[in-house]
Design a protein. Structure first.
Length: 263
């Protein structure tokens, strides 16, 4: 696992957007062989999406041949609701770039058959040749997508019940009323994410420091879903200095020294 430590959120988003654009452009995607990208919701990715839109408008990046799989969706929430993944992705990325609707896969939280919806999502990923780069954020408790503590490290796309803490965190999207937050979601699994050819996890702020410590210095265990990244052949943990506040000083020094000499 590669660890990249940047000064602040701005540097994290710059690095992430530049890297995503580099991977897409390097692949030279075509309609027959698109670049397959997994993308998250949340606050952390917003800055990344803004920079990707800027690159697109400058003609330095095209989404015309990029297939996008989105991580999760609330169950029972209308796709037009502002809190939905559909609305989020449209607001922060899709409506601003040259992506094609046929190339965007978002789980249907209003399906009448959750098992089939999840199975079809996994099938679509396989039919596209697998995800080339999965980008994700990390929660304060180490969750990635909605794979909260004690999720199976081999889990695939499925129905997931949210913890009270996660619902409290999401209440800000629902007029700060936790009673309006859906109790369940459809989410990709840890196994789904780790099956991607490459995984990039973003962490910013002191609230993510415990998760960052678990991801980097702890062992692989299902209490901290993000720790699974340690087992990925091409995993990158990208964080800012605030997120490293609980790491040992020697760890930080070592990781920065490696990255200073990286090619």
């Amino acid at each position: 696992m590669r660890v990249v430590i940047k000064k602040d959120y701005e540097e994290v988003t710059d690095w992430a957007a530049t890297y995503i654009a580099y991977k897409i452009n390097r692949a030279r995607p075509t309609p027959e062989k698109p670049f397959v990208l997994g993308l998250p919701m949340g606050d952390t990715p917003k800055g990344v999406y803004k920079k990707l839109v800027e690159l697109n408008h400058k003609g330095k990046l095209s989404f015309a041949n990029v297939v996008i799989f989105c991580m999760n969706e609330f169950i029972g929430l209308d796709k037009k609701a502002p809190q939905s993944c559909h609305s989020y992705m449209n607001e922060y990325l899709l409506k601003h770039v040259d992506s094609k609707a046929v190339n965007v896969y978002i789980l249907d939280g209003n399906t009448k058959n959750y098992e089939k919806e999840c199975a079809n999502f996994e099938l679509a990923i396989r039919q596209k040749g697998g995800i080339d780069l999965f980008v994700g954020g990390v929660g304060a408790d180490g969750h990635i997508a909605f794979n909260e503590p004690f999720s199976s490290l081999s889990s695939q796309t499925r129905v997931k019940t949210l913890t009270t803490e996660t619902m409290k965190a999401k209440a800000k999207l629902f007029d700060n009323d936790i009673s309006k937050v859906p109790h369940t979601v459809l989410t990709v699994g840890i196994g789904t994410i780790m099956s991607a050819k490459e995984v990039l996890i973003l962490a910013s702020g002191e609230k993510k420091s415990a998760a960052t410590k678990a991801a980097i210095e702890g062992g692989v265990n299902h209490k901290w879903a993000v720790s699974a990244l340690q087992m990925h052949r091409h995993g990158i943990y990208l964080c800012d200095e605030d997120a490293t506040s609980k790491l040992d000083k020697d760890t930080i020094s070592y990781l920065k020294d490696i990255e200073r000499n990286a090619y």
